[in-house]
Design a protein around this ligand. Structure first.
Ligand SMILES: *[C@@H]1O[C@H](CO)[C@@H](O)[C@H](O)[C@H]1NC(C)=O
Ligand SMILES: *[C@@H]1O[C@H](CO)[C@@H](O)[C@H](O)[C@H]1NC(C)=O
Ligand SMILES: *[C@@H]1O[C@H](CO)[C@@H](O)[C@H](O)[C@H]1NC(C)=O
Ligand SMILES: *[C@@H]1O[C@H](CO)[C@@H](O)[C@H](O)[C@H]1NC(C)=O
Ligand SMILES: *[C@@H]1O[C@H](CO)[C@@H](O)[C@H](O)[C@H]1NC(C)=O
Length: 309
């Protein structure tokens, strides 16, 4: 498992709300990690069994290690499946946790991640902030701090394999009123994934593409969100590809939980943009393969609202 050896650094984490005002962390994409590309200059980043066409990578600072952890979002197109014959396009948004090479979670530490994919299509930031935004810009500052407080007081992760989904259920059942502006105060679907415990998250093969900015980092697929698109219009595509997904990381040690909210979005590739790039209306190419998402993906920075663990 993602077992973490927690150093004494963890104690320093108990300084409350160290990053209350939310350091704006950079969100980097394929250009930063040199994804291999196909003949149309579309990224083909093979990680484990997925071939990702765009990435968004951000650091999160914890007291587990002097080096940050990373979250990576990537998307891949899948063949149509029989369960949704009406869908024009099937996309997976995958979320990977990157950890420094020697990091081990010890058995006194419990971890959980929550993915608020249900609101991602509803979240946007103003044009002037597209290159640099925090979760507070996407959700509003009170909502972010109330949600974090709610998670930290509700979390009881230690020793219970269902604790992560219970935390999810408790957050979903009563969103803070400060979050009412987000999709009418309804989170929609939220996925919960334990980061520690009995089940093992396998390290993904990165021999063909390194999808994290951390040197030598291990990468693990933590969550995958499947989207069935009814059509290939710009609107349908951009709701998925330009969506902003809040990802909450909760770590607990000695009964004290610390949560952090990171807002992840795919980052446009700037490299080798040429005139033969498909135009927006031809995004879905005739052979059924999605062309470059870059038309939709503004270059961006993100968005972490950092609370030290
Ligand atoms: C950009 O184009 C050059 C020349 O065709 C190629 O060597 C390079 O790999 C391309 N880079 C990307 C990111 O596509
Ligand atoms: C890729 O592997 C993961 C974990 O092994 C599995 O859950 C998922 O279904 C696989 N995805 C595809 C597209 O094969
Ligand atoms: C994360 O931090 C490392 C330094 O620790 C830096 O090299 C890397 O570019 C950062 N990644 C992102 C996505 O900001
Ligand atoms: C916790 O870890 C220690 C040292 O790694 C080990 O000796 C101990 O058996 C573990 N406890 C449990 C309950 O797994
Ligand atoms: C892990 O598995 C052991 C043995 O199967 C079990 O006793 C323990 O309760 C499990 N721990 C969790 C957190 O599920």
């Amino acid at each position: 498992m993602l077992s973490l050896t927690v150093s004494t650094l963890f104690q320093a984490a108990l300084v409350p709300l160290l990053f209350q005002h939310g350091a704006v962390a950079e969100l980097l994409g394929c250009d930063a990690v040199g994804c291999p590309t196909n003949e149309y200059h579309v990224a083909q980043c093979k990680v484990g069994n997925a071939t990702l066409k765009a990435l968004g990578i951000t650091n999160i600072t914890t007291t587990l290690d002097t080096r940050p952890l990373t979250w990576t979002v990537g998307f891949q197109e899948l063949p149509k499946d029989n369960s949704h014959p009406e869908a024009a396009l099937v996309l997976d948004k995958n979320f990977y946790l990157g950890t420094p090479p020697a990091l081990r979670f010890d058995n006194n530490t419990a971890g959980c991640a929550l993915f608020f994919e249900g609101v991602s299509a509803n979240l946007a930031v103003s044009q002037d902030k597209k290159n640099s935004f925090t979760c507070a810009d996407a959700l509003n500052a009170d909502c972010v701090s109330d949600l974090i407080r709610q998670a930290e007081s509700a979390a009881k992760l230690a020793g219970d394999s269902d604790a992560c989904s219970q935390l999810r259920d408790s957050l979903m059942s009563k969103p803070p009123s400060s979050c009412n502006s987000v999709k009418g105060g309804n989170w929609g679907s939220v996925s919960s994934r334990p980061l520690t415990g009995n089940q093992t998250l396998e390290t993904a093969d990165q021999s063909q593409c390194r999808a994290t900015t951390g040197q030598g980092y291990d990468l693990r697929l933590v969550d995958s969100e499947r989207h069935y698109l009814a059509d290939r219009t710009n609107k349908a595509l951009s709701q998925v590809l330009m969506g902003i997904t809040p990802v909450m990381t909760i770590l607990e040690k000695d009964g004290k939980a610390k949560a952090e909210l990171t807002c992840l979005r795919l980052v446009d590739s700037e490299a080798n943009q040429t005139n033969d790039e498909p135009s927006p209306k031809s995004l879905g190419s005739p052979n059924g393969v999605l062309s470059s998402p870059s038309v939709y993906l503004a270059t961006l920075l993100v968005s972490t609202f950092l609370y030290m663990f």
